[in-house]
Design a protein around this ligand. Structure first.
Ligand code: NMX
Ligand code: MLT
Length: 438
């Protein structure tokens, strides 16, 4: 057994009595109430999900296992020749809340290499899709196609026991995480580089191997590591995490559940916003026709977008009420590594004026940039210019968070998720009576 799995085994055994006691002794303690506005308004802020992997404070931003983004980067061992932690060490941290030592990290690297081999039919499935299929369809289709490999589903049909289910979910989750870089890189090279596929290099870690298979030199290995880590988890209420958790609650395996999460991530109000940001920027540059971007012409373009009834992509958030620390992490990276890049300068100008424009418009509760406002500029700088691929990168990162959650969901034996719906007649009755009586 790897050190990760044995540490996880102990953590799960220690955690289970906490959940069981809360359920048994305090199950009736009230932690929230639901208003008509929340029932009609996407359940915003309703506290009805539990995860210990990350927590999103509106004013502070994300904490992964209790650590903010800079603390997370500082706590974990750096990848060889890199400024950022390896994805392997981060996986250990997400699952256990502890930083692994060098030996445990090396063990995960070896384990992932063993699991990384992709069944050849997956490539055939991707190739069978029309070339102009969106890369997120290619990714979710590839994940779903591999469902026949699920160890969890095999276990379900051969002597399933609830308390051991996490072990099989762990196996599926690790298999999936290990395979995703090659699948993503294959989609990229197949779709945009004439099928000139680069074989994996088994000597490299997750981030460096991804950079290698994409065909991008250093420091893209670190870009990949940073990108996957910051996109991994944003508590469990966001669309991709919630969809994965919901589907998993039916005891669907990790392949079904992750494919569902990726389909949610592909929406323009969620992960697709990163490609929309780049699209907005490039269209704006085209309109400028060689003229310099200024605060005035950027402001005008933002108003034109709003007046056309569209959202400003990369701005606003359902929970955050400040600049997203994940945007800040990317902004700092760009300031250090690509300060003269025209796209970075434009993103900085948009950052200077967009919050004011959105405040003046007065609709959004949060006028500040989210993670998607800054991710494209870095990818574009390092040569990844096919921006409809950007959500795939988000998907590979997000898989780490949602799959870690899925393992813990089964470990803590969370039941089938099934909230109650009501009718409009009922809402009108409760509105007239000043609240639901039953
Ligand atoms: N540009 C224009 N209007 C906006 C924006 C924006 N960036 N953000 C929110 N609004 C509007 C929103 O459409 C709504 O209008 P209406 O009442 O006409 O329906 C109003 O402001 C109130 O919305 P909020 O309560 O502030 O935001 P909500 O929680 O509903 O939605 C987002 C959150 C993230 C979906 C929203 O801010 C948005 O559409 N942003 C642009 C898309 C984007 O960047 N998405 C990526 C989010 C991060 N991620 O990766 O998932
Ligand atoms: C995310 O990373 O999932 C997004 O910021 C959206 C969210 O948290 O709701």
């Amino acid at each position: 057994m790897t050190k990760l799995k044995s540490v996880l085994f102990d953590k799960i055994a220690a955690h289970r009595p906490r959940t069981a006691r809360l359920n048994k002794e305090f199950g009736n303690v009230l932690i929230d109430q639901v208003t008509i506005g929340q029932a009609l308004g996407g359940a915003r802020d309703v506290k009805c999900l539990v995860t210990d992997i990350s927590y999103l404070d509106p004013m502070e931003g994300i904490r992964l296992r209790g650590k903010n983004i800079p603390e997370t980067f500082a706590a974990l061992p750096k990848a060889e020749d890199g400024e950022y932690p390896s994805v392997e060490s981060f996986w250990y941290f997400l699952l256990t809340g502890e930083a692994p030592d060098a030996e445990a990290t090396a063990e995960i690297e070896a384990d992932f290499k063993y699991r990384a081999k992709i069944p050849p039919y997956v490539f055939d499935v991707i190739k069978a899709l029309p070339k102009d299929t969106h890369p997120m369809v290619m990714l979710s289709t590839a994940v779903l196609a591999m469902q026949r490999e699920s160890k969890f589903t095999h276990f379900y049909h051969h002597g399933f026991k609830k308390d051991r289910a996490w072990d099989y979910m762990y196996e599926d989750a690790c298999d999936l995480v290990a395979k995703l870089p090659e699948i993503a890189a294959f989609i990229y090279r197949w779709k945009y580089k004439n099928g000139d596929i680069i074989a994996p290099d088994t000597h490299l870690d997750f981030g460096a191997n991804f950079a290698h298979m994409m065909g991008f030199p250093k420091p893209y290995d670190d870009v990949a590591r940073m990108y996957f880590i910051i996109h991994s988890d944003h508590e469990v209420g966001n669309v991709s995490a919630h969809a994965t958790h919901l589907v998993g609650s039916a005891l669907s395996d990790a392949y079904y559940a992750l494919a569902a999460g990726l389909c949610g991530l592909a929406g323009p109000l969620h992960g697709l916003a990163n490609q929309e940001v780049l699209d907005w920027i490039l269209q704006f540059q085209k309109k400028l026709d060689g003229a310099e971007p200024t605060e005035e012409n950027v402001k005008q373009a933002l108003w034109d977008t709003l007046n056309a009834g569209q959202v400003i992509p990369g701005y606003g958030h359902a929970v955050l009420r400040r600049t997203d620390p994940r945007f800040e992490a990317q902004f700092e990276f760009a300031k250090k590594h690509l300060p003269e890049d025209p796209l970075f300068k434009l993103v900085a100008t948009i950052y200077a004026v967009a919050p004011g424009v959105l405040k003046e418009q007065g609709k959004t509760k949060n006028p500040w940039p989210n993670v998607d406002a800054g991710s494209g500029m870095i990818q574009y700088h390092y040569g990844l210019r096919e921006y409809d691929f950007y959500t795939v990168l988000f998907g590979v990162g997000r898989a780490l968070g949602v799959l870690a959650n899925l393992i813990w969901d089964r470990a803590l034996q969370y039941p089938l998720e099934r909230p109650k719906s009501v009718t409009t007649d009922m809402l009108e009755k409760w509105a007239a009576e000043g609240g639901a009586k039953e």
